[in-house]
Design a protein around this ligand. Structure first.
Ligand code: MG
Length: 127
């Protein structure tokens, strides 16, 4: 079950609605405070980190990984995304709009003209 027709992208709004429905059906909304969701998110980031722990650098596309490792990676990435979507929603933040605004802020902070002259500095580090 993917929840989306083949070839169609999945929106943040769809994920938000699915998570609201999921929590409501289980009466879990009572546990979904901003703090609890943040801590759950951090826990999932830890689970995601475990996948890469001790592997050293891995090439883009993960060509040497087994299929089940990639499936597991997708699951943990999803856990992080879903808690992030829930946290944003419960805090009243439109995550899509906030992310687009942040991209614009980053573009202004790191103009293309400076790209080549700052390769030794922290150009891609802290946004
Ligand atoms: Mg997980």
């Amino acid at each position: 079950m993917t929840g989306a027709p083949e070839g169609e992208s999945v929106s943040l709004d769809l994920l938000k609605k699915k998570m609201i429905e999921f929590a409501k059906e289980r009466d879990w909304e009572q546990f979904h405070s901003p703090r609890n969701l943040l801590l759950a998110l951090v826990g999932e980031v830890g689970e995601l980190s475990e996948i890469f722990q001790w592997k050293g650098e891995v090439p883009k596309g993960l060509p040497d990984w087994k299929e089940e490792e990639k499936v597991h990676l997708g699951e943990e990435l999803s856990d992080v995304l879903l808690y992030l979507v829930q946290l944003s929603d419960i805090c009243g933040i439109d995550l899509g709009k906030a992310a687009l605004r942040k991209v614009e802020l980053n573009a202004a902070k790191y103009p293309v003209s400076k790209k080549k002259s700052q390769t030794d500095n922290n150009v891609t580090g802290s946004c």
